[in-house]
Design a protein around this ligand. Structure first.
Ligand SMILES: [Zn+2]
Length: 426
């Protein structure tokens, strides 16, 4: 027996096994995947484009074959398993996620979304159910973007968002180019471009994913409806004062860049709630120059990560933050320079898609709970082009990207039932 399996199964409520859904099967599969790229800490190490990611994809490919799906691998390395519906000419429903991880990540971020979709097909197989529309399960390549900046390569390829000129110049920390890495696993820039699907053949995309936060756990609810996926704006700010001797410069004759930056960081925390309930802002990086014990800081460079699920309020917050920094710097006689280094548009989830999930949740006697996604997902990319929905599953202690990442099998299986009901509603 294996610890991921044992820990999953220990408090499993067998009453959740109905309509062909089987908790033991899902636990076995989560456990089998967790062994690929297992780290000494018990985490998973399956970087995008690695041997480990490939092994995980092939294991799923085998399960798709066994389930009788039509299995293919596209030019981006996305593994696709298709079940023909009663009416295969209708646009299909897509569901899936990724199996790559961050270095020393967990066993649920990604795999759960893929295996939940597969469990829906297994359940249909057991009960003889054939959906009206065709159903495709997708294992997206390199969602996390650990080796090269960005990630989301599989989903971006599928919707035709990859740009050759942007990607081909990327180099990893060893100096290996993106194109070489693709070549090593039999892909190329051109094959990525070939992975674009005719989007008019897709009716909807739905992704099950762990929450990676504590909202559901605090509410004691297994799954929640994602209302939107936040798009980040990154600001780089440069506070310039005058460095001086810490002993010989009187307190009233200083231009201390760190004092101004600190005031900014402290006041920043009260700004997001002025624009919306879901907005957030974080200073995550700070460089102090010259960074000496007895030197007044002459320069501080910092980054601000600003997110919300609505573009308007996110942009409002960006402006508020720049105004705040400007006024603090003026009062402290500090020079401020700033630039925006990243701007990704948020993807609100359409109300009709949220309502469809709501019906599936109510049908399973689960209390409805709505929450935003602060992190990007494949559903964010798909949602820019086709109707998308996202279902979050409770995460223990909100921990993610960490070997301790955990979701109970009861909650995972409830997500399968909701997903199944959602797909059957088309
Ligand atoms: Zn993920």
């Amino acid at each position: 027996m294996e610890y991921v399996y044992e820990k999953l199964i220990i408090d499993y409520d067998k009453n959740l096994d109905h309509h062909g859904v089987n908790g033991v099967r899902l636990a076995n599969r989560l456990s089998a995947l967790s062994k690929i790229g297992r780290t000494v800490d018990g985490g998973s190490n399956r970087i995008g484009f690695s041997e480990e990611e490939k092994k995980a994809k092939y294991l799923i490919k085998k399960w798709m074959d066994d389930a009788g799906l039509i299995v293919s691998v596209d030019g981006a390395g996305n593994v696709i398993g298709r079940l023909e519906g009663k009416n295969p000419n209708l646009p299909a429903i897509f569901s899936g996620s990724h199996v790559d991880s961050v270095p020393n990540g967990g066993h649920f971020d990604g795999p759960l979304g893929v295996l939940a979709a597969l469990e829906v097909v297994e359940a249909w197989k057991e009960t003889g159910y054939i959906p009206e529309r065709s159903f495709e399960i997708i294992v997206f390549t390199d969602e996390e973007g650990t080796r090269f900046n960005g990630g989301l390569i599989g989903s971006m390829s599928m919707v035709g968002e990859v740009k050759k000129e942007v990607l081909q110049d990327q180099v990893d920390i060893y100096g290996v180019t993106f194109e070489e890495v693709l070549g090593n696993i039999g892909l190329s820039m051109d094959s990525l471009l070939s992975a674009k699907r005719d989007l008019s053949n897709i009716a909807a995309f739905v992704e099950v994913h762990i929450e990676q936060g504590k909202r559901l756990e605090k509410a004691g609810i297994p799954v929640g409806i994602v209302t939107g996926i936040a798009g980040p704006s990154w600001l780089e700010m440069n506070f310039t004062g005058i460095a001086g001797h810490a002993g010989n410069t009187p307190m009233d004759d200083r231009k201390d860049a760190l004092v101004a930056a600190s005031q900014f960081i402290a006041e920043l925390t009260s700004l997001p709630k002025q624009v919306s309930q879901t907005a957030v802002a974080t200073v995550g990086k700070l460089y102090v120059h010259p960074n000496g014990v007895n030197v007044i800081p002459g320069q501080v460079k910092l980054t601000v990560d600003i997110r919300d699920i609505h573009e308007k309020s996110r942009n409002e917050l960006v402006n508020l933050i720049i105004e705040k920094a400007t006024s603090i710097c003026m009062n402290n006689h500090i020079k401020l320079e700033w630039k925006e280094t990243l701007r990704v548009d948020p993807v609100p989830i359409k109300e009709v898609m949220q309502d469809r999930l709501l019906k599936a949740i109510l049908a399973n006697q689960i209390e409805p709970f709505y929450l935003p996604s602060g992190a990007g997902h494949d559903a964010m990319i798909m949602g820019r082009h086709i109707p998308a929905a996202m279902l979050f599953v409770q995460s223990k202690d909100g921990i993610s990207h960490n070997p301790l990442e955990w979701s109970s099998l009861n909650d995972c299986i409830q997500a399968v039932h909701v997903l199944k009901h959602f797909v059957e509603s088309y």
